[in-house]
Design a protein around this ligand. Structure first.
Ligand SMILES: Nc1ncnc2c1ncn2[C@@H]1O[C@H](COP(=O)(O)OP(=O)(O)OP(=O)(O)O)[C@@H](O)[C@H]1O
Length: 301
């Protein structure tokens, strides 16, 4: 039985223009124990899919089950299987950290879990904040509580919706260390993120969404193989020769040219030399997930 089964899910939001289709027949299966990444540009439909999974939004058509439970028909049973860390920081400001976690445990009907709450506080660097009032915490600390809150009932599936957006390096490392440990213990993890190096390092499999469609779905290592093998990267103040402009990715002074092999690199260098382009900090690097992502997004309709 898959941990998460998404079967031809579509979602159309009602709008003043008559409707907007955010998801178009999305199908995915995530096996137990996977660390799965859901990637896509802004507005691709990631949060919509997670909201349907968490039972917060209804699909227009299709079906999602978690550990075999239908997220709509068996809402309470399905919800217990999930620990959802949302993007937004929403809290009751009147409680302290420990009370917040006890309250959340009560919501799931979990009692006598103080040892687990202590472990969560410890693992997320919150031990000395246990008695701090929620409103006294910094944004990063609140985010840690949000993670702890999602995990109070030890759910088999952990869903993280952009958990590292705007958080510092220390919290990222604390979070990834803890989530990786839980994954090794058998918890399934579904992650959405815009940090592609994090997805590359953590996820064994990845789906890419664009305009509500799945445009890539494979093991991370296979996706990396499909990309151009290398990238010629340099800085310049000059305009690129016309022949290279369509394939180049330019960010300020930085130019990146995806290459399929040494012949491409030789051709790029010859063209640049001929045009008299002066290059600084030139390097040839291996293609990474960001290169794959940009390639897939460019190619997909
Ligand atoms: N309640 C709503 N009513 C109408 N349109 C909506 C609603 N919620 C989301 N949308 C639209 O659906 C599309 C998908 O949004 P969604 O938030 O799922 O994208 P996302 O992939 O999570 O984006 P991001 O990376 O910016 O978080 C967007 O075009 C968005 O404007």
């Amino acid at each position: 039985m898959p941990a998460i089964s998404i079967q031809s899910v579509s979602k159309t939001y009602a709008t003043s223009q008559g409707g907007f289709q955010a998801l178009n027949h999305v199908s995915l299966e995530i096996a137990e124990g996977e660390f799965f990444g859901l990637l896509g540009p802004n507005g691709a439909g990631k949060t919509t899919l997670i909201s349907i999974l968490a039972g917060l939004t209804k699909a227009t058509s299709g079906r999602i089950t978690v550990m075999g439970q239908d997220v709509q028909a068996d809402f309470a049973a399905a919800r217990k299987q999930l620990g959802v860390v949302p993007q937004e920081l929403v809290f009751d400001p009147f409680f302290n950290v420990r009370e917040t976690l006890r309250l959340q445990s009560g919501y799931f009907g979990v009692k006598h879990n103080d040892a687990w709450i202590d472990e969560l506080l410890e693992s997320l660097g919150l031990a000395d904040k246990a008695h701090a009032n929620m409103r006294q915490l910094s944004g990063g600390m609140k985010r840690r509580v949000l993670v702890a809150q999602a995990l109070v009932h030890k759910p088999p599936i952990i869903v993280l919706d952009e958990p590292t957006a705007g958080v510092d390096v220390e919290l990222r490392q604390t979070l990834w260390h803890f989530v990786s440990k839980l994954n090794k213990q058998g918890h399934t993890v579904l992650l959405t993120t815009h940090y592609l190096e994090e997805a590359e390092a953590l996820c064994n499999r990845i789906a890419m969404l664009k305009h509500g469609n799945v445009v890539a779905l494979d093991e991370t290592s296979n996706l990396l193989k499909t990309a151009s093998s290398n990238v010629l990267q340099f800085k310049t103040d000059q305009a690129l020769p016309e022949a290279l402009a369509p394939v180049a990715r330019v960010t300020g002074r930085m130019v990146q040219l995806p290459a399929q092999g040494p012949h491409d690199i030789e051709r790029f260098l010859a063209t640049l030399r001929e045009a008299g382009v002066v290059m600084e900090d030139m390097e040839i690097r291996r293609a990474d997930l960001e290169d794959v992502f940009l390639q897939v997004m460019k190619g997909a309709a």
